[in-house]
Ligand binder design. Structure first.
Ligand code: BMA
Length: 320
């Protein structure tokens, strides 16, 4: 296997950012952190739109080639239930997992008790059926695996401990029916000290099944004198037992560097929530929020990502 070290694994689309808030037919603050899927032969994004109230909703944008000519569909949206406890301050950062004909949308409800994990299902991205809260606060950055493993549904999520200094890690839980969740297990730890992912980490796009196991992308946060830096790392989980980490990259594979990633509401943030694999079976398109302000996309070769994570990654939670 040949690892690729001489150039970036993820190549930014030169037309980035692909979606900005100016494209919306209403006034809003920003659009970012989109979920992504293929629907009716188009790329469909469920974009987080932050309104000028500060509260967010989720709005569909679609494109035939996944790069250009985005059609914003303000009527195909999930609005938060502002009179509820669980979505009182908006809904954020969705991840879409397709299982059969059903699309499972796992999103963050900004509840009156803090962020929590919510589930809705849809078949057409017009009607969304709310399935309730999957995990109590504070918990976010969650996504479902696209199939049952040992007759269990599997959810990756990121609870936040009360003691901030110990870091926020990624966990994995299971359910026989998508309603009763349990068996929580620590999956991936935020590292300590000087590491790029030393403060908190959270799942990015939903796990992707590959020939080598489940590929996951996650964001890692480092607190600097200038604020938090959000970068992306990779890990590989065992196909049959995704609680087992086969490899984890020690180095981040994508970090903020383009102008639209280092200037915006929250400078220094790349925050992917969705990826799709093109028909060639190799091109991975990762859609991400840039600086909590706009939406951008970067492409990688799946074969190169797997080579990289297997060759450069370490096992045992990647402690190096
Ligand atoms: C995280 C989430 C994201 C956001 C990021 C950077 O905690 O809330 O929605 O993009 O912070 O501000």
């Amino acid at each position: 296997m040949t690892a690729v070290h001489h150039r970036e694994l993820f190549r930014r689309y030169p037309g980035n950012p692909i979606i900005t808030v100016e494209q919306f037919p209403f006034m809003a603050n920003s659009v970012f952190n989109p979920a992504a899927t293929i629907f009716e032969n188009e790329t469909l994004l469920l974009c987080r739109v932050e309104h000028r109230t500060g509260l967010s909703s989720l709005v569909v944008a679609r494109s035939a080639d996944g790069l250009t000519d985005w059609i914003i569909e303000p009527d195909r949206c999930m609005e938060p239930m502002l009179d509820s406890h669980d979505e009182k301050w908006g809904i954020e950062d969705a991840r879409i997992t397709k299982c059969g004909d059903e699309y499972y949308v796992v999103y963050t409800g900004f509840s009156a008790s803090g962020p929590l994990v919510c589930l809705a299902t849809t078949r057409d991205f017009r009607e969304f059926r709310r399935m309730g809260v999957l995990s109590s606060p504070e918990d976010k950055d969650a996504a479902l695996f696209p199939c049952q493993i040992d007759d269990q549904w599997v959810l990756v999520h990121r609870p936040v401990p009360r003691i901030e200094s110990i870091g926020a890690h990624i966990w994995i839980s299971t359910s026989p029916d998508m309603q009763h969740w349990g068996n929580p297990q620590l999956l991936l730890e935020a590292r300590l000290g000087g590491w790029w992912d030393s403060n908190k980490i959270g799942l990015g796009p939903p796990p992707l099944l590959t020939a080598e196991g489940w590929l996951i992308g996650y964001h890692g946060v480092r607190i600097t004198a200038a604020g938090a830096l959000y970068r992306v790392g990779l890990a590989l989980l065992d196909r049959d037992d995704p609680t087992k980490i086969l490899a984890r990259t020690n180095e981040w594979v994508m970090g903020p560097s383009a102008p639209y990633e280092i200037a915006g509401d929250v400078p220094g943030v790349v925050f992917p929530c969705g990826w799709v694999v093109l028909d060639d079976g190799d091109t991975v398109r990762m859609y991400y929020g840039a600086a909590d302000t706009s939406i951008a996309v970067a492409e990688a070769s799946l074969a190169e990502l797997l080579d990289y994570v297997l060759e450069r990654g370490t096992g045992e939670n990647g402690r190096g």
